[in-house]
Structures are given as C-alpha cells and as structure tokens.
Design a protein around this ligand. Sequence first.
Ligand code: UDP
Length: 387
Amino acid sequence: MTTTDILIIGAGISGAVLAERYAAIGKKVLILEKRDHIGGNCFDYLDENNILVSKYGAHLFHTNHEEVWKYVNRFAHWYKWEHRVLAKVDGQLVPIPVNIKTVNQIFDLKISTEAEMEEWLEKNRIEFTNASNGEEAVLNKLGYELYEKMFKHYTKKQWDKYPEELDASVLERIPVRKNFDDRYFSDKYQALPGGGYTKMFERILSSPTIEVMLNTDYFDVKDEISGFTKLFYTGPIDRFFEFKHSLEDKLEYRSINFVKETVDREYFQENSVVNYPGLEVDFTRIIEYKHFGNQISERTTIVKEFTTDEGEPYYPVPNARNSEIYEKYREEAEQLKDVYFVGRLANYKYFNMDQAFKNALELFALLEGKISRRRWNSYGKEKARKI
Ligand code: UDP
C-alpha cells in the first residue's frame, strides 16, 4: 500500500502544475502516469538527427494571461517565437491565417490597404449573423472559395467531419486579418521554452515531495493507494466512469498518427509547418522541427500528421452531440467529493496550453481559499477560445 496526501492521475500540464502547487505548501504528492514519460502531449526529445522533436505534434505556447506567463517563466527561459504557418493552395504556399497576402496570392490581386481588404471580404463573405457551425463561421468571414480551398477538406481530414458537423468555435480558432500580419497567434506572449518542454516539466516536478510513477495505469493500481485527501484526474472523463454513458453514443476523441522521416538534406520545406488543406494528400500537415529555435543539423526530420479516431486521445470533438454526452459525465463528476477533473481530456474542452495552466492554477487557488467559487465558475464555463 502506497500513501500520499494528494493523488494526481496524469503528468501533463494540469497534473504537473497541481503537483508543484501542492508540494509548495508542504504536501506529499503522488502522480501516476500511464505513459513512460512526463509532460503529457508536450513531451519532446532530441532525436537521431540531434533535433528537438515533439512526440505528439508541435506545441506553440501563446498567452495573454499575465499570471500564466509569470508562472511558466519560473521553470524555463522562454525565447520569443512567433509561429507562422503556410498552406499549400493551388500549388503555391500561402500564409494562414488569411491576410492580405493570402488573398493576393490566391486570386492574383494587388490589395494593399485594410480598406481594400475589407471591401474584398464584404464582396465575398456570405452573411450568417449567428454562425451555428464551422461552415457558417468560415463562410461568414471569408466566403465560399476560401472555405473550399483552405478549410473544408482540411477539416474533414482532421476530424473526419465536415465543418458543418462541428461547433463554430473549432474553425473560429483561426482569425482573419485585414492587414499583412501573418502570425498564427495574436497573443501578447508567444514563446518556446529553451531546452524544450520536457526539461521544463522536470523543473516543475523537481520537488522532493513529488513522486512520479511512470508506466502506471491508475485503474490497475487504484486499490493500492491510500491516505489521500484529494484526487485530481486528468485523463478522459468517460474512462473514469467506465464509459457508462457511452453504451450507444461514444464520446469521441481524435488522435494523430505521426509519421516521422529523416530527409538527407539541410531543409525540407521553407517553414516549420506547412498545411495541406487539399485532397491531393491524406495528411493534414508536415512539421519540420529544426525550424523551431533555428536548430542546426546536417539532415532534417519531418513529421507528417494523419489524424485518426484510434490511439491516444488528443482532441475532444466539439459538437452538440458530444457536449450532450459529456454533460452526463460532468454531472456525475460533480457528485464526487474530493475528486477533481482537470485539463483537456477530463473537461472535454479544446484547451490551449495556457488555458490548461490557468485552469490548474485557478483550481488550486479555489481549493486553497485564494479565489471565490464565483470567479472559478466563470472560468470553468469559458469556452475554448480563439487563438
Ligand atoms: N483549419 C483548416 N485549415 C487549416 C488550418 C486549420 O481548416 O489550414 C481548421 C481545422 O478544422 C482545424 C481548426 O481549423 O482543426 C483549428 O486549427 P488549429 O491550427 O488551431 O488546430 P490544432 O493546431 O489544434 O490542431
């Protein structure tokens, strides 16, 4: 029998932050992690080409939350990194989010001012006052041609659903710019941790009162742990309840099959991420990791992302049907005393990294009487926001 004050399931962002916070007030913390590493989906490592690669896809940190920025700076030296993405459309590479350059390239135009861009958008958009799904959200901003070329098929490849089958919020993550700003995010702080995320997690978890047990599935050992006053669960919420509300209707998750290749030349593509929104290939994007932090190596590593519904759950699938099933689990979760559901999988929300940090920090603050329940509730209800 193992004893601990605080039991945490999962060593990703939410689990690590809660562990660090409780250790800081003198608690003994035990983290059980099913995989063979810490860091959850942020896990990165140096590969055979000496390039820092993220095992579960690129993780670009961005935030407007001062307290989150201050917190993460305690555990890493962050260097400024403004992420940019190119998309292959009609055989050429164009910037996404859509901005003036994107429209000029695709339609061979010479728009040069915000007013001209506004005029173009006004002419092309199809108005939906309250976009009720992803298709309406994109049509409302950009119109049919760009929807077809850049969003419809990418979304189908990513989710195995067309945009009309997804909440508007999914597609609204991508803004539309009326200027030449081609950055993927608009946040005040956009940065990457020097040395990588795994090193940062090692520092977050460095307290001697935190024990991490890797390769340990909570459901295999739960009867062997005692003494804890709080349990934080960061895994998929339906698994916790043994899928009891999913007999007919399963809560969906989307996974990614990462296909990694070494290419024997200095660079493969001109940018870290190139999206393929067309039907000519099955993958959604190619990541070339050496671009992040301008790493130097003779060869290069590229990773093609094919999404799938089998495998590690990475994404909740936001739509009305899944919300309804999730709601049943959430109600059940609320009945439990001293058990808390934290993070992307347990809240079934498309959180960005900073939201996961914020959520965990605020839950700790709430439980330790540092913020009111009203403030917590207003955050807990926050929808995954735009990037
Ligand atoms: N999306 C798209 N075309 C693109 C990029 C994104 O249609 O070139 C849509 C797609 O539905 C995607 C969503 O916008 O799932 C959100 O994109 P984001 O880059 O935020 O996804 P993530 O990086 O979290 O996979």
